[in-house]
Design a protein around this ligand. Sequence first.
Ligand code: 6R9
Length: 670
Amino acid sequence: MAATDTGDANRAGAGSAGGELEAELARLLAVESFDPPAGFTPRQPEQADARDAAADPVGFWAAKARELLSWDKPFTRVLDDTNPPFYRWFDDGELNVSANCLDRHVAAGLGERVAYHWRGEEGERRDVTYAELLADTQKLANGLLSLGVAAGDVVGIYLPMIPEVAVAMLACARIGAVHNVVFGGFAPSAVRERMEVSDAKVLITVDGARRKGRTAAVKAGVDEEMADLPKLEHVVVVRSTGPVGGVETAMRAGRDVWYDELLAAADPVCPPAPLGAEHPLFILYSSGSTAKPKGILHTTGGYLLGATYTHRAVFDLDPETDVYWCSADVGWITGHSYIVYGPLSNGVTSVMYEGAPDYPDFDIWWQLIAEYKVTIFYTAPTAIRACIKWGAEYPARHDLSSLRVLGSVGEPINPKAWLWYHEVIGGGRCPIVDTWWQTETGSIMISPIPGITSTKPGSATRPLPGITPALLTEDGEPLAEGTGVLVITSPWPSMLRTLYRDDERFVQTYFSRFGPRTYLVGDAARLDADGYFWIIGRIDDVINVSGHRLSTAEVESALVSHEAVAEAAVVAQADADTGQAIVAFVTLRGDQVGDDDMIAELRDHVAHRIGKLARPRRVIWAEDLPKTRSGKIMRRLLRDVAEGRELGDVTTLRDPSVMAALAAKVATAP
Ligand code: 6R9
């Protein structure tokens, strides 16, 4: 039964004593379902959308594509499903993503509207308007053309959270170049790999990047790793921090060019190229079951429709009045769809923040929300859990009454974090949208609609209009209720089109288990009697650390690339802060000593190869690893050991005694 939780909104908000808050949260933990807050009136016609989509899903998407996007050439074909899983949407239509994100708003007289209120980590402010974004985008687009970039070429982007990252993406979209953004927190060697496998022609990067008062020399790292990439013709460098540690950024003659000089020399007018709706827009590498990252490919029309429609519907957006902030990094799909493409296509004002949530102090987020009167805030459960740890006194210092809708993404949100978000940040009056989706889906798939859907803490609730998730048993039988494998049974416009230059892996990964018309998500889920989805977690060897996807194989291959390591197996362990944490079982070579120095060295080595977020939380020395007779490492058993569970069946192991030895080790390991 649903309980209404609106009578005394704000009671747990600013000023309430810690004890009272604890008691209130404990009481609410027993509440299973929350009706939409009484004072919240939705603006969008989603009930009508749901009806239309149920009656005619393809017709629904066609209508939305005409209503929400501007087409240079209208499409006449909506969906081509004759060659599944290679679906095509709107494929005889033409449009340009940057024109939809910029030109159409400027043409409508909204050029002076702020696109991004940017804040630097030392408090610097820059308000970038739609007109300014359009001007820079045109110049950079011309600059890229002058460097020889043509439609279809891949351009790498390795930038921190500065407005230039949006300009870089939009400039590519303007000329039909395919961007390949790499998260700024990844190590240069991970960037190199992604540039190499995608044959990137140009890389757009930065002199240095700031993080919590320190500056890292990004361009120097790029030079070290990418001196010998034959296909990489140019490196464009944004002057962001100036010399790092007193050292001038080195520029290689003939290859490197300063971003500001490129823009200054460029023609200010670059008409947007009309592109086929199925023209590739970007590749984004994501972790899969093997060490080789998957180059997820999205195309122009369907992707932009997904991002634009869901950003409106899920956040109950009013571009005229809302101030929106997504705290993700542009290097992830959440940043692509909900910092750049969705918000800009809808013409809303966003906040973009360069820094960390705990710098200069634990209240910086709440300070920004109060200052810019943010109405919609979208973040990750791991960040909420960190805020809980820091304490409710930090949000209590600021006026958060502008907030209207709160969003969550990246991993299942535990009810405790949900309730704290609801009470302390939302003052009990803001609907929470727990949005389930993936890099592959391009846009949000399962989520409540604010003011319409009753919410249950921990459930992403129901599918959005036009989206058809289902649960199957291992044998592919549909489940009306219970726990099973999550699939999506019909195509949707923003779905991935393939894995870059690897159609075979695309079919194999997503469309082989249940056939070419059933998309295998890779998550397990539970469906309750009300038709609500509860995402349980991955069914493959993907680890979710703080909402970031990492593959066990990728971390293992980084570990074994260290000379001291003979073998490594990596598993996830449940973690109260990061959702999951990485545990590495490592067998050293005979002459090596497993001590604290070696642990530190291996952690550094992984940070250097992949990035800091891939560093194992725990390293456990293993004389031997549990293997089947065919030599497969049984990670399931390692997980049981890491999480301190009773061991299951070990009889399939070649040497069952291995597990007892490991269990004893884990009991004493830090
Ligand atoms: C957007 C994004 C996708 C994986 C996905 C699932 C997990 C994302 C979630 C969620 C439970 C949510 N995930 N959102 N689990 N509830 N609201 O995160 O994309 O980086 O590709 O990760 O993240 O396991 O399969 P991506």
